[in-house]
Design a protein around this ligand. Structure first.
Ligand code: PCA
Length: 216
């Protein structure tokens, strides 16, 4: 099995992004699966082109897992759904700032993750790392790449299953951000590796039916 794991480069006022820092440190093999690591730009459109190129170059990718930073969250959060809309609160790394623009004119209004998000959360918690299912990836480049990868999986690459996970700030990023959650790089890496092991384990099976919803 081959899993393409992407991490975004730093954006906004941050000099680092825990997503790419963690992706660089992942083991090359997890639960028997080959891990392909890819840095992608925090740029609408271009990020998806880079992923598509990698899918064409790396034959037989089974899963794509995109990783992005969600500053302020305290745990690792596989995303359940991506919506067909860009609505940027800040410019991306090439100064694009789309407001209320559909990502794919012919695409579905939303796509659900194709990953076993409940099993991933369970595995991460069992490894000692806080995790929960998130029901919104926002409307910036992370939602964009999740939607674009799911669109590719539903159109040109039917053998690929796509999904996304947000990770918290690193401790170095919150030194001047009082009362803001962070997580060590070691724990982020441990959690992502546990989540990937669950993806491999649940390949071809239904996700776990365990409580993981939210009341609001
Ligand atoms: N996080 C941003 C984009 C890049 C990243 O790592 C987001 O959540 O949209």
């Amino acid at each position: 099995m081959k899993i393409l794991v992407t991490g975004f480069d730093p954006f906004g006022n941050d000099k680092m992004n825990p997503a790419i820092e963690a992706v660089k440190r992942l083991s090359d093999t997890i639960n028997g699966a080959e891990i392909i690591k890819l840095e992608i730009p925090t740029v609408f459109g271009k990020s998806a082109e880079v992923v598509k190129e990698a899918l064409l170059k790396e034959e037989n990718v089974d899963y794509i897992l995109n990783i992005g930073q969600a500053g302020g969250r305290f745990d690792l959060t596989p995303e359940r759904v991506a919506i067909n809309l860009d609505d940027a609160r800040i410019p991306d790394n090439e100064k694009n700032q789309p407001i209320d623009v559909p990502i794919q004119k012919e695409g579905a209004p939303a796509y659900f993750s194709q990953h076993p998000v409940k099993a991933m959360v369970t595995a991460m918690k069992e490894s000692g790392v806080p995790a929960s299912v998130s029901n919104t990836a926002g409307t910036f480049v992370c939602n964009h790449i999740m939607y674009q990868c799911l669109y590719l999986a539903h159109t040109e690459f039917p053998n690929v299953k796509a999904g996304f996970m947000h990770v918290p700030f690193l401790p170095e990023q919150v030194l001047e951000r009082p009362n803001t959650a962070s997580m060590s790089l070691d724990n982020i890496v441990k959690g992502i590796e546990a989540a990937i092991a669950a993806i491999v384990e649940f390949d071809g099976q239904e996700d776990l039916k365990v409580i993981g919803g939210q009341t609001h």
